[in-house]
Write a protein that binds this ligand. Structure first.
Ligand code: AMP
Ligand code: MG
Length: 469
């Protein structure tokens, strides 16, 4: 198999990473391979064994320059001065057929100098969760890292739940630069490295930015839109630590993430998020907090610290309005309104309030708005009808309302109970549910598998997602 690698990160100074090869595994078996993505990357598929060897890390592509990246990060608000890829290895980069440089990274490929106490491995459940959810996010049109392959290792690993089958995910990303990548050098006072990193990030992600401050502005803009998009499909990331916040604006590091069924602003899935720091409705605040950490790190580059602080503060202070505007654009589209005005905020908010009161299903309520079936989602029909009358008046003379709604309201999202069922089946050796989900989530705005659109029954509800990844 040929991988046309072109490695720019490995050409940076040693301070940014440690060269380390994947640790080979006993009996790699290919579970999934993303042919469409492979084609975009110019990877010619060969036989399954060859793919299993490469994507398990047992054999390296010819031009690979494997390394683990260094970074730091705030985890649940507490600064950890050194994290880094503890179980991920960057093989190199490929410039895809759209001209975008993409990292090719193995996740779960063995220990690195940054593993701390960890085993460097991942188990099958989170690997397949990330595979399915990241590809669904991509199909939904939301910026995200993607899944290229999943391989089982033939080795069992120990997690809280007991011994579990090991697996490795190969993912692609427009880069793995994180807020934490900047923080590690800022914390150490390595200003030259911080400058080099910033130059690299500008060149790779924001070639039009005039300098670090302009880059900060651009990163904030992408985060604002990203968070609004998450909110608009009921997505909860679950671990928005600064090391899980990508500079390029993609959704990254799918851990205990989940899509909401019944609407609740305070919904938390992650079993370790006791305080609700990363609750659905708190995601805008956290995105701003993360950008403030990036701003803080970048300040070190500037000679005139006072002027830089003033400018950075203004950028961060602009974020709430920016997110609000992006949120309104996304949610108004869900109501069929392409060019919202400030008053539409109330229209959106009053529907969300009704949904919250009744725990209406987020995805199905919005999807049903265009076919008039949304009132079935509510027991207080009068309250809904009153809202629907106002809505009908608002959209009466607007063009393409139904098309706008159907393009903004997915028919299917990866519901947590379906993901859990898929993982249980895969753990028992049955990949059919995985294939079924992947097929349906490829076209989330078209209903192809009606069963997958159904909200979970009482007994199917999965209230928490465990972090033992
Ligand atoms: P995550 O919560 O997956 O974003 O990981 C946070 C940090 O812990 C990162 O530095 C990871 O590389 C590291 N980490 C997570 N799981 C493991 C593991 N099993 N072995 C080594 N390092 C890990
Ligand atoms: Mg992470």
């Amino acid at each position: 198999m040929h991988m046309p690698l072109d490695n720019s990160f490995a050409a940076l100074p040693d301070a940014f990473y440690t060269r380390v090869a994947p640790t080979s595994v006993k009996a790699p078996k290919l579970l999934a391979f993303n042919e469409g993505l492979a084609k975009l990357l110019g990877i010619a598929a060969t036989d399954q064994d060859d793919l299993a060897q490469i994507f398990s890390g047992n054999s390296l592509p010819q031009d690979a320059d494997p390394l683990a990246q260094l970074y730091a990060g705030h985890q649940f608000g507490n600064f950890n001065p050194q994290l880094g890829d503890g179980r991920a290895i960057l093989l190199g980069e490929i410039i895809d057929s759209n001209g975008i440089r993409r990292d090719i990274q193995l996740k779960g490929s063995g220990r690195t100098p940054y593993s701390r106490g960890g085993d460097g491995r991942a188990w099958l459940g989170p690997v397949l969760r990330e595979y399915v959810v990241s590809e669904a996010m991509h199909a939904l049109g939301i910026p995200t890292t993607r899944a290229l392959a999943a391989v089982s290792t033939g080795e069992d690993i120990l997690r809280e739940q007991g011994m579990l089958p090991g697996a490795i995910l190969t993912r692609t990303a427009s880069s793995h630069l994180r807020v934490g990548t900047f923080q590690v050098f800022a914390h150490r006072g390595q200003v030259a490295e911080l400058q080099t990193l910033t130059d690299y990030a500008i060149k790779r992600h924001y070639p039009d930015a005039s300098g670090p401050m302009d880059m900060l502005r651009a990163v904030c803009a992408r985060q604002a839109d990203l968070i609004a998009q998450w909110m608009s499909v009921g997505f909860i990331h679950g671990v928005m630590n600064t090391d899980n916040c990508a500079i390029g604006g993609e959704t990254i590091d799918y851990g205990p993430c989940a899509f909401m069924d019944d609407f609740n602003m305070g919904r938390v899935f992650s079993s370790i998020d006791q305080q609700g720091r990363y609750a659905y409705g708190n995601q805008p605040n956290i995105a701003i907090w993360n950008m403030a950490q990036l701003a803080t790190a970048l300040l070190q580059i500037f000679e005139d610290k006072d002027a830089a602080l003033e400018e950075a503060t203004a950028i961060i202070h602009a974020m709430p309005d920016q997110i609000e505007a992006a949120w309104l654009t996304r949610f108004a589209a869900k109501l069929g309104i392409a060019a919202p005005t400030q008053e539409d905020t109330d229209l959106v908010q009053s529907l969300l309030d009704l949904m919250q009161n009744e725990g209406a299903d987020f995805t199905n309520t919005f999807r049903a708005l265009s076919d008039g079936a949304a009132r079935d989602q509510f027991t207080d029909r009068d309250a809904f009808d009153a809202w629907a009358t106002t809505h009908a008046e608002r959209i009466a003379y607007l063009p393409n309302v139904h098309d706008i709604m159907n393009a903004a309201n997915p028919a299917v999202i990866p519901r947590n109970h379906r993901i859990e069922q898929m993982i249980a089946a895969a753990t028992a050796g049955d990949m059919a549910p995985f294939e079924r989900l992947m097929a349906a989530y490829k076209t989330p705005y078209t209903l192809t598998d009606p069963d997958l659109a159904k909200a979970p029954t009482q007994s199917e509800i999965v209230p928490a997602t465990f972090c033992g990844t």
